[in-house]
Design a protein around this ligand. Structure first.
Ligand code: FES
Length: 138
């Protein structure tokens, strides 16, 4: 019997965010909620539905290779600077935490002229995800 499923079960991913710290996260949690639930005032103005880009983050380590079609479409259409700029950011509402990650949120509520982050995203990725590869590997 392989030990990989058992090791996966016990693996507890960590997220590191400069100025906030390092947090242990339940595997499979949406990144946007993992951040918010650990005190990072991440914005999510569309409620985590891949419509606004305010939950955008830059990865310094641990960027997932997969990407939802909704994320890909929004990044390609809304990020200023074209395809090359779109490859530099990811949408935390479209990412599931399954590995260690180091990230830099780009639109914290405290740094924007907003008084709240937006409606809390659902626990599951919305819209229902269709998974593909990230922009830089396509
Ligand atoms: S795109 Fe709006 S919260 Fe992620």
């Amino acid at each position: 019997m392989s030990l990989i499923p058992i090791l996966r079960f016990y693996f507890v991913p960590k997220i590191t965010v400069p100025e906030f710290g390092t947090f242990e996260i339940d595997q499979g949690k949406r990144l946007v909620l993992a951040l918010e639930d650990n005190g990072v005032d991440i914005s999510h103005r569309c409620g985590g539905n891949a419509q606004c880009t305010t939950c955008r983050v830059v990865f310094t380590e641990g960027e997932p290779e997969n990407m939802t079609e909704a994320e890909k479409s929004l990044l390609q259409s809304k990020i200023e600077g074209g395809e090359e700029s779109a490859k530099l950011v990811r949408l935390s509402c479209q990412i599931i935490v399954n590995q260690d990650m180091s990230i830099e949120p780009q639109m914290l509520v405290s740094k924007m002229d907003w008084d709240e982050p937006g409606k809390r995203p659902e626990e599951k990725v919305t819209p229902p995800p269709v998974w593909g590869s990230k922009l830089s590997s396509s």
